[in-house]
Ligand binder design. Structure first.
Ligand code: TYM
Length: 331
């Protein structure tokens, strides 16, 4: 089992947690898991100030631990600490068609938003590096949100293509996407996914102050009716609030619909705010505790990278041999 998350902001948001991190935590008992901070990917959209990138990466690692990822059971590491990711990525770049890369919707969306000279080649090859991230660990499952489905499809295509050309090498990975939390929507514009690139009022950052979170939830866009019913097509705002409450409290949506029958939207919003804050308050405290000891955090990341390299280096060696690169003497 493997997944990655980019360290592109000071705080993750509730979409990251419910769509991905919550599953990461749940799966660490049943699987051998590898979770990494995609710091190489974090350069693709903008080039952050070096000190900012360093800080975000450590904060991201601390947030994984605060969310419940246990460094004893799970290998937590930084992508940049495992050179095998980029070593494998090059081979996959040579197996990917230019047209195929151009059809990636996330690339199309992100490049449409940036101005032309800010659209880097790294943004274009982003999904190919992601394929290498996954295949290098022979991962069976990849827990992600809905927006990553196409990247996992590309990963499967590349695995198949390599296996066909060079012989069975890679395990075919499956995306692991939970139904309700696969796409948490923006609170202000519940037709768009919650994202750090949208205005802050619609994004529930896990490290936001409790009063700020409550205010954002109370101002969430709803609709002109009064009925609390899960119906994403006609009631996206209310359905999103129900999906959030359901995922945060682990209660089925049908139960919530029954519980809130006859109540107003205000009551639902209060319940969502209480549930979210009950999660984020201890989360913020745990993250601050982890971040208070940076040498220990760096040791955790070093141990994680060591575990990761032990597997990733074997895959790269096998791939390089199969491709026909001359083995380095003594390797
Ligand atoms: P990133 O950092 O953009 O997103 C991290 C995870 O959060 C999920 N997510 C959401 N889920 C539900 N609702 C939302 N509104 C929402 N917003 C974000 C994303 O689906 C993702 O699972 N490309 C990956 C990073 C990556 C990766 C990998 C993932 C790099 N290599 C290898 C898996 C395997 C990404 O978009 O991360």
């Amino acid at each position: 089992m493997l997944s990655g998350i980019q360290p592109t902001s000071a705080s993750y948001h509730l979409g990251n947690y419910l769509g991905a991190l919550k599953q990461w935590v749940a799966m660490q008992d049943a699987y051998e898991v590898f979770y990494f901070l995609a710091d190489l990917h974090a350069l693709t959209a903008e080039l952050p100030d070096p000190a900012v990138l360093t800080d975000r990466s450590r904060r991201a690692a601390a947030q994984l631990i605060a969310a419940g990822v246990d460094p004893e059971r799970s290998a937590i590491f930084l992508q940049s600490h495992v050179p095998a990711h980029t070593q494998l990525s090059w081979v996959f770049e040579c197996l990917t068609g230019f047209g195929e890369g151009s059809r990636m919707t996330q690339f199309k969306d992100k490049s449409a938003r940036g101005n032309a000279d800010r659209v880097s080649v790294g943004l274009f090859t982003y999904p190919i590096l992601q394929a290498a991230d996954i295949l290098i660990y022979q991962a069976h499952y990849v827990p992600v949100g809905e927006d990553q489905r196409q990247h996992i499809e590309l990963t499967r295509n590349l695995a198949q293509r390599f296996n066909n050309r060079y012989g069975e090498t890679f395990v075919m990975p499956d995306a692991y996407i939970t139904k309700e939390a696969a796409k948490i929507l923006d609170l202000q514009d519940p037709t768009a996914k919650m994202s750090k690139s949208l205005p802050d009022a619609g994004t529930l950052n896990l490290l936001d102050d409790s009063a700020v979170l409550a205010k954002k939830i109370k101002r969430a866009t709803t609709d002109g009716e009064t009925e609390i019913r899960f119906d994403p097509a006609t009631k996206p705002g209310i359905s999103n609030l129900l999906a959030i409450l359901s995922a945060v409290t682990d209660s089925p949506i049908a139960t919530l619909e029954a519980d809130f029958a006859g109540q107003g939207y205000g009551g639902l919003k209060n319940a969502v705010a209480d549930a979210v804050v009950a999660f984020t308050e201890p989360f913020g405290k745990r993250m601050a505790e982890v971040l208070a000891d940076i040498p220990e955090l760096d040791r955790v990341l070093a141990r994680g990278a060591e575990r990761a390299r032990a597997i990733a280096d074997v895959t790269v060696k096998s791939v390089y041999d199969r491709v026909g690169f001359v083995p380095a003497a003594g390797r």
